[in-house]
Design a protein around this ligand. Structure first.
Ligand SMILES: [Mn+2]
Length: 425
């Protein structure tokens, strides 16, 4: 079982006890809640999708084991909130060494803490289980805990390299997202507002079994694309606007993250083409550079260089190349990173550096986005007029392989002719 294998791997890296709790429901307003989304690390190690749960992983003096605490079955609660596993089913399906009711947490943890020096916890989270552990440590005099260690880092490191199961789910997510983007392009001629395309995108997500979007969809027409995290999606789309859509679904907890930019009316103007071609060219070139041993910072630097040269050619940057690079002028038009790792989280919090703070190189099994863009705000008078108000990003999801890379989203159209032909149909 993949989840058990992952737990075993982690247990072997511990010297002490690790405590990881599930996510809990978050209030939306008054007494209504957001849809439940499990904590990513907790899910990665359990495959368990309930709240009010906690796992303990132990490696102490030769004793290795995994323990899960779950909420007991409760007929009335289940009538309102749906079925729960309960202890019996959890024992049967989740392959922990021991499963208890979460009511027994304190009793069990107090025994386990005896003699423990290191406690691994999620240092970002203030959940009730971790609080109980801290309380026990304060109240039981005989305990000699020496330090709290961040458990996240160890798990993020494991999550950097995707196994077959994960890649399969990421591919499924991307496949649904592909259909959604193509659908949006096809509907482009027939809509008037950004939210209509958002609805078209998310309709396809839901109809194809995606549990959710992996992040709030960005549907930005014209100058709105120059707001990087534009999510209001409520503007009217002008006929000559480009539309930037950054949207990806989540499928069985795994993300996809795709951006496409296309002309509402199905025909790029000359100015839009100039900028689009510059970005597409560099995006394709950066992707080709991906292989084991390459650093993300090299890809970033390369992108900055290429885009600087393009903007000089288009007379948007008006100084010699060397000077422009030295002054990092490109940051004004391309202010974000070339990409990020992706997995259970759309921005996987995987460490970009090792424990000595040295950047880690790309390795087989990593999945990252490549997403260069250029943002030319409408009110920036230093930009030649024809380019003002254009914002473009092109983003794909790339798997690092033994000999190079695989673009997992290569069949989502991005070439000018292909996009124009889809929209006009
Ligand atoms: Mn992204």
């Amino acid at each position: 079982m993949i989840y058990k294998d992952r737990r075993d791997t982690l247990i072997n890296r511990l010297d002490g006890i690790a405590i990881l709790s599930s996510a809990s429901y978050q209030t939306r307003s008054n007494d209504t809640e957001y849809k439940f989304r499990q904590n990513s690390n907790f899910y990665y190690l359990s495959g368990f999708n309930e709240d009010n749960s906690c796992m303990i992983l132990l490696n102490h003096k030769g004793v290795k084991k995994s323990i899960l605490f779950v909420e007991e079955k409760d007929r009335v609660k289940e009538l309102w909130n749906g079925k729960r596993f309960g202890i019996k089913k959890a024992k049967k399906h989740l392959e922990f060494d021991e499963v208890y009711s979460n009511k027994d947490f304190k009793k069990v943890i107090n025994k386990l803490l005896i003699g423990i020096k290191n406690i691994y916890i999620d240092t970002d989270k203030k959940d009730k289980f971790t609080k109980k552990v801290k309380k026990s440590i304060h109240s039981i005099r005989s305990l000699h805990v020496e330090k709290f260690i961040d458990i996240n880092r160890l798990i993020y490191k494991m999550r950097l390299i995707k196994d077959k199961h994960e890649l399969n789910l990421i591919k499924k997510a991307i496949n649904i997202t592909k259909k959604a983007h193509i659908n949006a392009m096809k509907k482009s001629l027939h809509v008037t507002h950004e939210y209509e395309l958002q609805a078209e995108i998310e309709y396809i997500f839901t109809c194809n079994g995606a549990s959710s979007d992996a992040y709030t969809s960005i549907v930005a027409a014209g100058n709105n694309a120059n707001t990087l995290h534009y999510i209001s999606n409520d503007s009217k789309i002008n006929d000559d606007n480009l539309i930037l859509i950054d949207a990806g679904c989540e499928y069985e907890m795994y993300a996809s993250d795709i951006t496409r930019t296309f002309p509402k009316n199905g025909k790029f103007t000359k100015a839009q083409k100039d900028i689009y071609k510059a970005i597409l060219h560099v995006q394709k070139k950066v992707i080709k550079k991906i292989k084991e041993g390459v650093f993300r910072s090299e890809l970033q630097k390369y992108t900055q260089k290429k885009l600087t040269q393009s903007l000089i050619n288009l007379k948007i940057i008006n100084m010699p190349y060397k000077k422009a690079m030295k002054k990092a002028v490109i940051n004004k038009y391309y202010p974000h990173g070339i990409g990020h790792f992706m997995g259970i989280d759309v921005h996987d919090q995987n460490p970009y550096v090792d424990k000595n703070n040295k950047e880690i190189a790309l390795k087989k099994g990593m999945v990252l986005t490549i997403e260069p863009g250029l943002y030319l705000p409408k009110n920036d008078k230093s930009i030649p007029e024809q380019y003002r108000g254009i914002g473009i990003r092109i983003e794909d999801d790339i798997l690092v392989t033994k000999n190079g890379y695989k673009n997992l989203s290569s069949d989502i159209p991005k070439d000018i002719k292909e996009i124009e032909s889809i929209i006009s149909k």
